[in-house]
Design a protein around this ligand. Structure first.
Ligand SMILES: NC(=O)c1ccc[n+]([C@@H]2O[C@H](COP(=O)([O-])OP(=O)(O)OC[C@H]3O[C@@H](n4cnc5c(N)ncnc54)[C@H](O)[C@@H]3O)[C@@H](O)[C@H]2O)c1
Ligand SMILES: Cc1cn([C@H]2C[C@H](O)[C@@H](COP(=O)(O)OP(=O)(O)O[C@H]3O[C@H](CO)[C@@H](O)[C@H](O)[C@H]3O)O2)c(=O)[nH]c1=O
Length: 337
């Protein structure tokens, strides 16, 4: 289908993994990566792609209308996979402004530009806009007893980050309904793997443990997240982008629900093996004050993508977590040696 793809936020965690995946899988595609290189984006994340002729990097803001219009005409974009966002819940609790600017306003600029560009070329119904969303838009579950979120679960975002993502998702759907745009949305659970920003839980646990610093766990450490290996997420996005139904939504889960304390212990076990010392890294685990409005549990029912598109995660949690910890240890050793 699409051959000239605009990937937004490609210097961040998931989209950089996605670009590497796509460049291998579809060497005939042009991939245009727009990223503002905020604190969360790193040029080094896409270094491997930089040398390829069919990869183009543009440093800029998705909310910059003139720039987005220029990109659509210059590269004849026929598909958008929209990752760029402010992504960290704690930062949104401190200050919501950037979340509205990037997540809501930025999404609206991409949608309007795609609409106008595809309308002009008579491709309104074929140009595909894929919104990368999150399970957080559904709100929070209680521990164990509550049914997982499915695609029909009403939106009930509970923190400023998820509210901004919910707003963006609604805009995407409205452009599909109002203008007949070919939009699709996917909502995934917590990703893990190489190149995730230091601020998120898994890199925080690893880097503090490696430095012998306290490993901070919010509240009682019993909040639950469902962990999805980033490469499995990339395969799911590929399938949904190419084969997902217009206006539909697909949930993507990892099938690995873990409490934060359980996860931190698993990471410490791996580190005890890789970096043995007199004491276990577990002794560094420290409970600190809770996140405001801390969502207790997220978990998605992903039977729709499994049944209709034949996707399933291929990486076991044991393998994925081992690979991830090894990757961070390797990075750490490069910096400290
Ligand atoms: N990390 C997860 O577990 C997870 C799970 C589900 C959904 N998501 C969604 O996936 C997407 C990517 O998440 P991530 O964890 O990789 O994020 P990230 O914070 O690692 O990367 C975000 C990237 O977007 C760029 N960016 C931010 N605002 C921009 C703007 N206005 N213009 C251009 N670029 C901008 C940043 O520079 C960065 O490179 C987000 O939309 C997020 O909501 C993430
Ligand atoms: C950073 C940090 C986090 N935590 C807790 C809070 C959460 O319960 C859990 C995971 O926190 P985070 O890594 O910030 O991820 P979380 O808030 O779940 O949100 C992530 O997952 C979401 C998908 O569920 C994405 O939409 C977000 O972009 C992504 O950041 O760990 C700690 O206990 N200590 C910490 O230092």
């Amino acid at each position: 289908m699409s051959k000239s793809l605009l990937v937004t936020g490609g210097a961040g965690f998931i989209a950089s993994n996605f670009i590497h995946y796509m460049m291998k899988r579809y060497p005939e595609y042009q991939i245009i990566n727009i990223d503002q290189l905020t604190y969360a984006g790193k040029g080094a994340n896409v270094q491997q792609a930089a040398a390829l002729e069919n990869y183009h990097f543009i440093k800029g803001d998705i909310a910059d209308e003139a720039l987005i219009q220029h990109i659509f005409s210059e590269y004849d974009i026929d598909g958008v996979i929209h990752f760029a966002a402010e992504s960290h819940v704690d930062r949104s609790i401190e200050d919501v402004k950037a979340f509205i600017e990037s997540n809501v306003l930025g999404t609206s600029v991409l949608l309007q530009t795609a609409r106008d560009s595809w309308d002009k070329k008579g491709e309104l119904a074929t140009g595909r806009f894929h919104q990368i969303s999150t399970d957080e838009v559904y709100g929070a579950l209680g521990l164990e007893s509550d049914e997982k979120f499915n695609e029909e679960t009403p939106y009930d975002p509970r923190n400023p980050y998820s509210a901004s993502k919910a707003g963006a998702d609604m805009l995407v759907k409205s452009f599909g309904r109002t203008y007949g745009m070919n939009v699709v949305t996917s909502s995934s659970s917590n990703n893990y793997g190489p190149r995730q920003h230091q601020e998120k839980l898994i890199p925080t646990v690893i880097s503090n443990a490696l430095q012998g610093n306290p490993i901070p766990l919010y509240g009682d450490g019993k909040n639950v997240r469902d962990w999805l290996y980033v490469e499995d997420h990339c395969r799911a996005i590929d399938l949904i982008f190419h084969q997902g139904q217009t206006l539909e939504k697909y949930n993507i889960g990892g099938g690995n629900e873990k409490s934060n304390i359980e996860l931190a212990m698993m990471i410490c076990d791996i580190l005890d093996h890789l970096k043995p010392g007199q004491h276990s890294h577990k002794e560094l685990i420290t409970f600190i004050g809770d996140r405001k409005g801390h969502d207790r549990r997220y978990a998605v029912d992903d039977s729709k993508i499994r049944d209709t598109l034949g996707w399933k995660p291929l990486t076991s949690f044991k393998t994925g977590l081992n690979q991830t910890v090894e990757w961070y240890v390797d990075q750490w050793e490069k910096v400290t040696s």
